[in-house]
Design a protein around this ligand. Structure first.
Ligand code: PLP
Length: 456
């Protein structure tokens, strides 16, 4: 049975972000069921879900409360539209969500994924600048960060900075003011970590000083750049971005798709630097990892610019067929209520502590260059040479090798190049987190041995 599914998978399913030939050659597990924090394949093997599926699972799988909320919603209606109609689930979700966000973020625009939440934010910011009092059509640029990831659509790739994902599409993308991200594991020649971080802050300031009047918005993954390899920003950078955007009349877009919904210990990562953005994008964890619902939440001031006078027909020309899907909103609402009843953010603290403690010995591994962590997000960067920080060659697929070793031991993790990522569901019990770390350490040892490094 498994062989047949693999064949059909290879024949018909085009996998995202996946080297095509390598996928066909590999015997990937075919998932058919899940229970709690485990995924189960067609051969009955169980795997601990160490990366929350794709960083989105919050409470585990087959959560009775969320399952029931979807069933209850099925008995009402599955989908309608927000064009000219309201819908009970999208209204209830918006009301609940706004209550969890910093004061001032009150207007919820629905879409379906992180990338679409970002697209909406880009267009809202651009249109806002034209429609706000004293509107300004020359603000057509975005300040973006090197190595940023905001999704895979043309707009979100334009404001992204991961070269590997950009190269092919470069000529389709719109230009941005890209500034270096404030991380200092590897610094350019002539800099030490401290001087490089100062340089990053200065570059941000210089960009706004020189071109602030051209900027519609700055977009940032607050505190941590996820897809860049869990790169934790220097403290105070987000606050600086808020100060400068406010000073120069630009909006601040917080892309909290990865870091939001409690992933770093507060519901929004922005809270940790007491920053209130003008627009915040949420997706991934919003439905607990169940269904594709995303939001772009705006302040009253931003929303106001889309209202205009009662006689006007101002419109935000944007939205998808499934915008505000009823089943998705019902799942999200049930998931958010579990944050309260199950004290999810407290568990995030416990997980973070356990991860930090159990990962400590790995600092002594000859092939671990850096362990980066914020809350329940961990990136373990593997290097060929600890002293020089020389990376493993891309073709060696070191991160991938580690994930294969982990899978053999019943744990699913995902690499980002040479970075091994751990991203446990927020509700995972700490004893399972301990198993996740234990298997990861074994997998790193086995993978480095396999390529003839372990004994070196
Ligand atoms: N923004 C950030 C910060 C992300 O990490 C991601 C996905 O990893 C996205 C946007 C895109 O989200 P999606 O894959 O749901 O479109």
């Amino acid at each position: 049975l498994t062989a047949r599914y693999r064949q059909w998978d290879n024949d018909h399913v085009w996998h995202p972000f996946t080297p095509m030939q390598a996928h066909c050659q590999e015997e990937v597990p075919i998932i058919t069921a899940a229970e709690g924090f485990e995924l189960i394949d067609t051969d009955g093997h169980r795997y601990l879900d160490g990366v929350s599926s794709l960083w989105c699972n919050v409470h585990g799988h087959r959560v009775p409360e969320i399952d029931q909320a979807i069933r209850d919603q099925l008995d009402q209606f599955s989908h309608s539209t927000l064009l000219g109609l309201g819908g009970v689930p999208s209204i209830e979700l918006a009301k609940d969500l706004v209550g969890r966000l910093p004061k001032g973020l009150t207007r919820v625009f629905y879409s379906d994924s992180g990338a679409t939440a970002v697209e909406a934010a880009i267009k809202i910011a651009y249109q806002y600048q034209q429609q706000r009092p004293g509107g300004d059509t020359s603000r057509d640029r975005f300040v973006t960060l090197g190595n940023a990831y905001h999704g895979d659509t043309i707009g979100s790739v334009s404001v992204g900075g991961v070269e590997l994902f950009h190269g092919v599409y470069k000529r389709l993308l719109f230009p941005t003011f890209q500034v270096p991200s404030p991380v200092a594991y590897r610094t350019p020649e002539g800099h030490n970590p401290q001087s490089y971080l100062e340089f990053c802050f200065d570059e941000l300031e210089r960009t706004f000083c020189e071109s602030g009047d051209r900027v519609a918005a700055m977009i940032i993954e607050p505190l941590v750049q996820g897809a860049a390899g869990i790169q934790v920003h220097a403290e105070g950078y987000l606050k600086k971005a808020r100060e400068l955007t406010a000073k120069y009349g630009a909006l601040l877009i917080a892309d909290e798709v990865a870091v939001g919904c409690g992933r770093t210990g507060t519901f929004l990562a922005c809270e940790q630097e007491e920053v209130v953005p003008d627009l915040v994008c949420l997706a991934k964890g919003l439905t607990g990892g169940y269904l594709p619902v995303a939001t772009t939440v705006a302040t009253e001031e931003v929303h106001e610019a889309f209202l205009g006078d009662p006689s006007e027909l101002r419109t935000f020309f944007h939205g998808h067929t499934y915008t505000g899907n009823a089943l998705g909103c019902a799942a999200a609402l049930a998931s958010l209520r579990l944050y309260d009843s199950r004290r999810i953010l407290e568990n995030v603290g416990a997980i973070a502590e356990r991860l930090r403690r159990d990962l400590t010995p790995l600092n002594d591994d000859d092939y671990v260059g850096e362990i980066r962590q914020k809350g329940t997000m961990v990136g373990i960067e593997l290097v060929r040479d600890k002293e020089t920080k020389e990376p493993f060659p891309y073709g060696l697929r070191m991160g991938h090798r580690v994930t294969l070793e982990a899978r053999k031991r019943g744990v699913i993790i995902r690499p980002l190049g040479n970075v091994v990522v751990l991203m446990p569901p927020l509700a995972m019990p700490v004893d399972l987190v301990a198993r996740l770390v234990d298997v990861t350490i074994q997998a790193i040892e086995a993978a480095t041995k396999e390529v003839g490094l372990g004994e070196a």
